[in-house]
Design a protein around this ligand. Structure first.
Ligand code: HEM
Length: 531
């Protein structure tokens, strides 16, 4: 029978058409599932034939828990998509994320490109090519060094003073000597005021106004929902909000307009940049990060165009507030829920205070001298990494072998910071428990002699390697020092003066994972400490 005959028979017979359709689909799925060189990698069947299960897991906002459960069920290497492999093996982390082996970012990052008048432009965070990444990062990297940031410590102090004054005012006017505060929102406002202050010398007044100024927090949240979900199947992006016409039409659909905010975020940054237009970079009295970006010269040449500077600002706005707020929320939440850890940390702060070693606003240098604080911060970020999706990379020429599984070039591999942080092989059976002492115990044993010392060093190395809260390697977090500065100062400053409890101890907080794993509802009761 000729091809035309088959076609005319199937179209005239609906049952035959359906059966043929199903057969074609089954053949297609069987090909995707079994002809791939990933076929021997364990994982859920549906995930191996389609992007949809991964997309749904992200769309529901619980991909971080799904990642932990998948690794606990299938092991350290799991096929999570037709061409996607998730891993949690510590050895592989230092291969996949090392600058040396050149695993470039995947198209997951495509929807994160910034939307400008000239089209979509990759940022230092979203750019895929390693070569292009080096070009973007080189002129801005020094502005993120701790030395450069410590020169801006005074701006952090201003934000802390505003936060504390607000708490004081509220306590003064409260009848019971305590106040209920949505600490989750306040930490976000603190982080946003701080990032706008150190990026472009313009604290926007989130804390003063107690609102989401210009709706920028909601704009980022909406866009992240889109990016995280569509990033699971990035080929769809050009037919959705990556397409100008669809993006324009989306403005008329209320449920989508909240996600159609890529332009709004860039315009927000562009408005801040306008303030610099009349300024000569050589003479400016601004002492912020943008000013440093603008002044960067390599071989005597100014490096950054206006678009580059704008992208730097967008990067800070997009990446710089949610992340720190999430980590701070985690810190307060776990401390409040563990009175022993809270007591030990408060004692450490009080001891420094009594010895006259704390300034009016705790400095970064002072907090760096508090080992238990450091262990708590690290443990809070281990328990709740700010990012909760795979940090996707493309396997380069030659492929890679992870924990005995060969993965060919062109596959997408990645580790989810949540899954590696809860790996019981690395952190022990209590990996799900907040226990800051694990870091102090592990470090205290590394100096031991012989086999015990050797095993302690290996254990600590694995623990450090699996701590992916700030990512790893050439694409690790540029803003880590900013957030360390913010957190190290705020936490002891607050614990020195106030007591924190949950407003409703029986209520668990909710979380949603749209790239950032945001906590919802950290209502606290705050009172002055009786000292
Ligand atoms: C506790 C706070 C923070 C956490 C947990 C965090 C986490 C991360 C992670 C996991 C990555 C790697 C993402 C990947 O591999 O795809 C990353 C990259 C990045 N982060 Fe952060 N971040 C934090 C704060 C900040 C701040 C305050 C800024 C800027 C002001 C910032 C800017 C960036 C940038 C620009 C990148 C991309 C770096 C590159 O590709 O070269 N982050 N961050």
């Amino acid at each position: 029978m000729g091809a035309t005959n088959v076609l005319s028979t199937t179209t005239s017979n609906p049952v035959l058409a359906i059966v043929s359709g199903i057969a074609v689909l089954l053949i297609y799925f069987a090909r995707v599932r079994y002809s791939s060189r990933l076929r021997l990698i364990p994982g859920p069947f549906l995930a191996s034939i389609s992007h949809i299960p991964r997309l749904l897991s992200v769309a529901h906002g619980h991909a971080h828990f799904d990642a932990i459960n998948l690794h606990r069920k299938y092991g350290s290497v799991v096929r999570v998509g037709p061409n996607h492999v998730a891993f949690s093996d510590p050895e592989a982390l230092s291969i996949v994320y090392s600058a040396y082996f050149r695993f470039e970012k995947s198209d997951f990052y495509l929807p994160f490109d910034a939307k400008t008048a000239h089209g979509f432009v990759p940022t230092v965070f979203s750019v895929r090519s390693e070569h292009a990444h080096r070009g973007i990062k080189r002129p801005i990297a020094s502005a993120y060094s701790m030395t450069a940031l410590l020169e801006l410590e005074g701006l952090t102090d201003e934000c802390i003073a505003i936060f504390q004054n607000k708490v004081e005012d509220k306590l003064d006017s409260s009848e019971h000597g305590s106040i209920e505060m949505n600490l989750g929102d306040w930490l976000h406002w603190y982080a946003f005021d701080l990032i706008t202050s150190i990026t472009f010398s313009n604290r926007l007044g989130f804390m003063e106004s107690e609102t989401d100024v210009e709706g920028i927090i909601a704009a980022i949240e909406g866009r992240l929902k889109y990016n995280a979900t569509i990033g699971q199947w990035p080929a769809l992006h050009k037919f959705l909000l990556g397409n100008n016409l669809v993006s324009w039409l989306a403005n008329f659909v209320p449920s989508i307009v909240k996600m159609n905010t890529a332009g709004k975020i860039v315009q927000f940054a562009a408005r801040q940049l306008k303030r610099y237009e009349t300024k000569d970079p050589e003479k400016s009295d601004f002492r912020d990060m943008l000013e440093r970006f603008k002044r960067t010269k390599i071989n005597g040449e100014i490096q950054m165009t206006d678009v580059d500077v704008l992208m730097g600002a967008v990067g800070n706005i997009f990446a710089g507030s949610d992340t720190t707020a999430i980590s701070l929320r985690s810190m307060f939440y776990y401390l409040i829920n563990d009175p022993n850890c809270m007591r030990r940390l408060v004692e450490e702060v009080d001891e420094m205070n009594r010895a006259g070693k704390l300034s009016k606003i705790v400095t970064f240098a002072e907090s760096s001298d508090m080992p238990y604080l450091q262990a708590c911060l690290k443990e809070a970020m281990r328990m709740h990494p700010a990012v909760g999706l795979l940090l996707e990379r493309i396997v380069p020429e030659g492929g890679v072998t992870i924990d005995g599984h060969y993965i060919p070039a062109g596959s997408v591999v990645g580790a989810n910071p949540w899954a590696v942080a809860r790996d019981r092989n690395v952190y022990g059976e209590d990996a799900d428990q907040f226990r800051p002492e694990r870091w102090l115990d592990a470090s205290s044993r590394v100096g031991m002699d012989g086999a015990a010392g050797e095993s302690a060093r290996t254990k600590l190395k694995d623990m450090e390697r699996n701590f992916l809260a700030f990512g790893m390697g050439s694409r690790s977090c540029l803003g880590k020092n900013i957030s360390l500065l913010e957190m190290n100062k705020l936490v002891p400053q607050m614990l020195r003066s106030y007591e924190f409890r949950l407003a409703d101890p029986n209520r668990e907080w909710d979380m949603e994972d749209y790239w950032f794993v945001k906590q919802l509802g950290l209502n606290c009761r705050i009172s002055r400490r009786q000292t």
